[in-house]
Design a protein around this ligand. Structure first.
Ligand SMILES: [Zn+2]
Length: 105
C-alpha cells in the first residue's frame, strides 16, 4: 500500500499538536494574577490546559509509534489478525493499530 498520504497526515498532525502544546505551556507559564478570585479561575484553567496537554502527549506517542511502523513497513497491518486496515479507517485514525473488525470485537 502507499503509505505516503498517511505519513504526511501523521507528520502534519504531529506539527499541529506540538505547536498547540507549545502554546499551552506558554499559557501555563503566565504568572498568576494578583487578584485571588482571578487566581482561582486561572488555576482551574491550568488544570484544564494540563489535561489537554496530557491528551496531546498521548496522541503524539501514538503518532510517533505509527511513524515507526511506517519505517518498519508494518503500517496499516492489523496487529491482531494481520489483515490490512482500510484506508478510510487510517484516514480517520492515522495511528490505528488494529482493523475495524478487531476494534469492534
Ligand atoms: Zn484485525
Amino acid at each position: 500500500m502507499d503509505v505516503t498520504p498517511h505519513k504526511n497526515q501523521i507528520i502534519a498532525r504531529i506539527k499541529e499538536l506540538t505547536a498547540h502544546m507549545q502554546k499551552l505551556s506558554d499559557d501555563l507559564d503566565q504568572p498568576l494574577p494578583a487578584d485571588l478570585e482571578d487566581q482561582a479561575i486561572d488555576l482551574e484553567d491550568d488544570e484544564v490546559l494540563e489535561g489537554i496537554g496530557r491528551a496531546h502527549q498521548q496522541e503524539l506517542r501514538l503518532l510517533n509509534d505509527a511513524l515507526q511502523r511506517i519505517e518498519a513497513g508494518t503500517y496499516g497491518i492489523c496487529q491482531k489478525c494481520g489483515d490490512t486496515i482500510s484506508t478510510a479507517r487510517l484516514e480517520a485514525v492515522p495511528y490505528a493499530m488494529i482493523c475495524k473488525t478487531c476494534a469492534a470485537s
